[in-house]
Every structure is written in structure tokens, then in C-alpha cells.
Design a protein around this ligand. Structure first.
Ligand code: UD1
Ligand code: UDP
Length: 376
């Protein structure tokens, strides 16, 4: 390895920023030279800048400004932009996060350029190839050199796809590191006051293509969400993807439903912390409600995060079943977890990942966690 090696983090979308912040901080603490490349997949201030500020992420060394488009157009722009910046920056390792199109493009570019890669949040599987994220996950894990898994079931999935266990490290969930760091700042009161919410309220986030991309799906979902809002006032910070279609389907700002812009990280989690119920189709929000012990109803037919269900805080629902499930969750009160939080969701995943990366940069071969030795 070269003297003073360089690690590049490729980030593009809202959940990437949350997962990367603890890794960047921990690598910085070890004195590793690093830089962030922002692909510009998300670009609105409320989808991007606010996360850099809230999470204390350093300024990117480059912003590719790829923006939005069909999968092919966006991925093509990502490939072209990333090939150039990776050649220019000449990193020793590129770290990619989660399952968005920026993740997929970065891993493909690096595989073709022969640049080693690490994937944070490896091995999650919904087994639903109709989800763009599932395709991105499978390809990313097939090509990554180092794989960091957030939960134990990922180890078996990766092994069954032929990923050698020596590449895989069970490190826990860096999204939970970010949550723990933010906890002292998570105060529902000011956000509740800003949006004129009562003391008891629910929060909704909805952006999956299957829920918001067609008028039919959006209508079915909005009808169900409005039925929930007749049980409890609901605040919905709307992801830009579904904004127009959900509004056309009848999700408009009113007394029992507050339809608002996306929120910054601290404001959003403050609201979630004080909520009686969360209705979502987000991946990350299923995990955050698990740790905050807020009842969560996930409007999806499956989840790549089954641990949130076995833990007892999350439940999958169809739109048709959502109102009755909400009634039950509200009657049951606070979520009762089935036991201890998921293994290694302890706020120390960033340092574990950084330790493995720093050792890898030095050429040390750390025993992977999949052989039973955790990288604490
Ligand atoms: C992407 C990820 C998804 C992730 C989500 C997190 C892919 C394939 N999907 O979905 O896995 O859960 O991010 O939020 O990568 N838009 C704006 N402003 C922005 C960003 C997007 O207006 O700053 C609008 C545009 O109309 C765009 C649409 O949202 O066409 C979708 O954006 P895109 O990044 O393609 O996918 P997401 O739905 O955000
Ligand atoms: N989030 C946020 N503001 C919002 C909605 C979500 O800060 O208005 C945060 C949320 O707490 C989590 C992340 O964004 O940390 C999840 O992103 P998203 O739901 O867009 O993506 P997914 O996790 O589904 O890929």
C-alpha cells in the first residue's frame, strides 16, 4: 500500500449521509486521509445540505451534480462522472453505502478501474427484485472487496451468493451510531410547536416507487393514510419523489394531516421520538423506530430488515390493513421490544468499520466477524 493512502466515500442520497457520518468521523480519528464525493443524486437543500450540517460531514471534494432521471439516464451520468473523479482522485479504497443508484454506479466504476471497494450495509435482502434497491444490493455485494454487515442474517445471505466469508465483517449498524450521536438534540417540543401539532400525533414518510409512482397505488395509499389521520393527527414530511402524485391522490395539508417539506435529520428524528406511531416505507426509519421504541407500520409487502419485525417494534402492512393496524398499535401504546436491541447496534459501528479499513490499508488481514471474531 502507498504511503498515506486515500479513502474516498461516494455518497449521493439522504440515507447515505446518515450511514457515512460515523465512518468518516472514526476514520478521521485514526488519521486516515479521506474525502467525500457527492454524486448529486439528491440535491435539494432539505435532501442534502441539511444532512451535512446536522451530521457534521466535511465538504465534499467533488460534487458531480448528476441529479434526477430514469434509472438508465441517472446511472449512466453517475458512471461517467464517477469514472472521471475516481481516476482524478486516485484512491486506495472507495467506500460505498446502502443500496441507491450512486452505490451501484460507484462499485461498477471501481470494479472496472481495479480500485478496491468496501460496502457498508452489505447483505440486506428483501428477495424482491422488483425493488431497484435489491438489484443494487446484489450487484454491489458481488463486486465489493470488503463487506460490512449490519445484522447477522446478512452473513448467510452473502455466503449463499458465493461471497467468501473472509471479506465479510459483522459490525452493527452505523445508522444507529448517528442516531445515538443525535439523541441529546432530539427534542420533539420545538418541532411539534412549529407545525402546530397536538401532544399525541403520528408521523408518516412514503417514497417507495411501488407506493407513489402510479395514480392507483398513490390513491390506495392516501386513502389509507387519511383513514389513519381520522384516528390521530398525522404529519407527513413529503419526499420529493411522491409529492405531486400524493397530492393528486388527495394528500393535502389540513387540520388532521400536516403535509410538510422533508425535514432535516435532527428535526425529523425529534418528531419520530415524540410520535405515538410511525407509518413508513423507508428502510432507515424501520431501524430508527426500533431503537427509539416507537411503533412502526411499514407499508410494504416485504422488508430487507426483518430484525426490526422480530424485535417487535415494526409490522408490515398493506394499505388496506393500515387503518386497522394503526388502531391496534395506538390502543397497545408504546412498542414493546422482544428483547435486547439487535446485536452490535450500540453506537460503535463506525469505529469498528474504521478499524477494519485502517488495518486493511496497512495490509493486515483481520479475521472476519463471520468466523465468530468481532472487530470490536
Ligand atoms: C433514492 C433511492 C432509494 C432511497 C431514496 C432515499 C435509488 C434507485 N433509490 O430514491 O433507494 O430510499 O433515494 O430517499 O437510488 N428529487 C427532488 N430533489 C432531490 C432528489 C430527488 O426533487 O433532491 C425528485 C426528482 O423528481 C427525482 C425523484 O425525486 O426524479 C426521485 O429521486 P431519485 O434519487 O431518483 O430516487 P429516490 O426516489 O429519491
Ligand atoms: N429522514 C429525514 N427527514 C425526513 C425523512 C427521513 O431526516 O423528512 C431521515 C431518516 O431519519 C433516516 C433517513 O432519512 O435517517 C432515511 O432516508 P429515506 O427514508 O429517504 O431512505 P431509505 O432509508 O428508505 O433508503
Amino acid at each position: 500500500m502507498r504511503e498515506n493512502p486515500l479513502v474516498l466515500h461516494v455518497l449521493g442520497a439522504r440515507p447515505n449521509f446518515v450511514k457515512a457520518a460515523p465512518v468518516v468521523r472514526a476514520l478521521g480519528g485514526l488519521g486516515v486521509r479521506q474525502g467525500i464525493v457527492h454524486t448529486g443524486q439528491h440535491y435539494d437543500a432539505l435532501m442534502s445540505d441539511v444532512f451535512f450540517a446536522d451530521l457534521g460531514l466535511p465538504e465534499p471534494v467533488a460534487n458531480l451534480g448528476v441529479g434526477s432521471g430514469s434509472h438508465a439516464k441517472q446511472t449512466a451520468a453517475l458512471l461517467v462522472g464517477l469514472e472521471e473523479v475516481v481516476q482524478e482522485q486516485d484512491p486506495d479504497l472507495v467506500v460505498v453505502y446502502g443500496d441507491v443508484n450512486s452505490t451501484l454506479a460507484a462499485i461498477l466504476v471501481c470494479a472496472k478501474l481495479g480500485v478496491p471497494t468496501a460496502h457498508v450495509e452489505a447483505g440486506l435482502r428483501s428477495f424482491d427484485r422488483g425493488m431497484p434497491e435489491e438489484v443494487n444490493r446484489v450487484v454491489t455485494d458481488a463486486l465489493a472487496d470488503l463487506l460490512f454487515a449490519t445484522s447477522p442474517e446478512a452473513l448467510a445471505f452473502l455466503a449463499s451468493e458465493g461471497v467468501h466469508p473472509s471479506k465479510v465483517h459483522l459490525v452493527g449498524n452505523p445508522m444507529i451510531d448517528s442516531l445515538f450521536s443525535a439523541l441529546p438534540k432530539l427534542d420533539p417540543a420545538p418541532v411539534v410547536a412549529r407545525f402546530g401539532l397536538p401532544e399525541r400525533y403520528a408521523v408518516g414518510t412514503l417514497h417507495r416507487p411501488a407506493n407513489v409512482d402510479t395514480p392507483e397505488a398513490a390513491k390506495e395509499l392516501v386513502d389509507a393514510v387519511l383513514a389513519v389521520s381520522r384516528q390521530i393527527p398525522l404529519v407527513v414530511p413529503v419526499h420529493p419523489r411522491g409529492k405531486a402524485r400524493l397530492a393528486e391522490a388527495g394528500l393535502v395539508d389540513g387540520d388532521s394531516v400536516r403535509v410538510i417539506d422533508p425535514l432535516g435529520y435532527v428535526d425529523f428524528l425529534s418528531l419520530v421520538r415524540g410520535a405515538a406511531l410511525v407509518v413508513t416505507d423507508s428502510g432507515g426509519v424501520q431501524e430508527e423506530t426500533t431503537m427509539l421504541e416507537v411503533p412502526c407500520l411499514t407499508v410494504r409487502p416485504n422488508t430487507e430488515r426483518p430484525i426490526t419485525i422480530t424485535h417487535g417494534t415494526n409490522r408490515l402492512v398493506t394499505p388496506a390493513l393500515l387503518p386497522a393496524a394503526a388502531e391496534k398499535a395506538l390502543a397497545d401504546g408504546a412498542a414493546t421490544p422482544a428483547g435486547e436491541p439487535p446485536v452490535l447496534w450500540d453506537g460503535k459501528s463506525g469505529p469498528r468499520i474504521a478499524t477494519v479499513i485502517a488495518a486493511w490499508l496497512k495490509g493486515d488481514n483481520l479475521a472476519p466477524a463471520s468466523q465468530g471474531k468481532r472487530q470490536d
